[in-house]
Design a binder for this molecule. Sequence first.
Ligand code: PMP
Length: 355
Amino acid sequence: MARVFNFSAGPSTLPVEVLEQVQSELLDWRGTGMSVMEMSHRSPAFESIIRELEADLRTLIGIPDSYAVLFLQGGATQQFFQIPMAFLGDGYADYIITGEWGKKAYETARPFGKVNVPWDGADTNYNRLPVDFFTDRFAAYTHFTSNETVHGVQFPGDPEITGTWVADMSSDICSRPLDVTKYALIYAGAQKNLGPAGLTVVIARRDFLAGSSNTLPPYLDYRQHDKAGSLLHTPSCFAIYVTGLVIKRLQALGGLPAVDSVNRTKAEIIYNQLDGYFYRGHARPDARSLMNVTFHLPSEALTKRFVEESRAAGLDGLAGHRSVGGIRASLYNAMPTEGTRALAEFMTEFRQQHG
Ligand code: PMP
């Protein structure tokens, strides 16, 4: 068996220890005589899996009881419309657009009511952040994307001022410490830092949820999912199980401060390779993502060659998104430091050969 270093933007690499545990429990989950894949979501065994995940996630991030933790489906893409359907009402929302995903969230929300764009970085192809967080007390909510997966632009931390903040944290949740109380609602697809695809985590203040629309189908009503403990219908059972194992591992590694410290080291290893000439970073230095490092080579031909040769060297998934081009190295939690070292060495050699 030969595993590659997988730099894919998502679905993405998972901790090998977790995959091994899944393998060892695949046919018989802890004496139940069945796989989690085969288990009723109403069984005591699965109840224990989902409740343990919730408890562990609350401990890892520090989520107070005044917040609901929901395990939903539909991806972040569903949140793009579920949020405006639930919270726009007769008011308006602000969308701060720092990249491809913020733009998608905004465009999806538009048919549901009034949405404003107080800041949009399109004029420099989303390589920067607003100078400051700003707030609009009258907005139903202000939406932003903490980490823009395509452009490689990340806010340095939580918003520093009050406001009804809604954040898409799909590509940086659990990669660093987080003050949940700064937010009304946080959502994230699991398939980058948390686990397999098919699961969307929503963390929301219960008094914010209380004000949501009363005319939605139950499936789109966050309060119903909260009341049912995310068992309103059949959830993504297997993804919930694997995510539970990932969260336990993050806790064992020392929690989010320790995870953050490793992530900073990993990102620095790659950013140190960007010399501004042969490897040109896409994001401005003060907006750089620790999760998705985006950069360009001097030509299309060299970019193509870089992708091909890196793949042959066991470094997979490095082609950039078509809207940015170039290379994107995704360094989520489960990417080991040795993987980033291997990439940095490859970059040095490639530059020596072609620079
Ligand atoms: N938001 C961000 C920041 C993302 O990175 C992605 C997926 N790459 C999405 C939203 C869309 O997520 P999904 O495919 O889970 O709907």
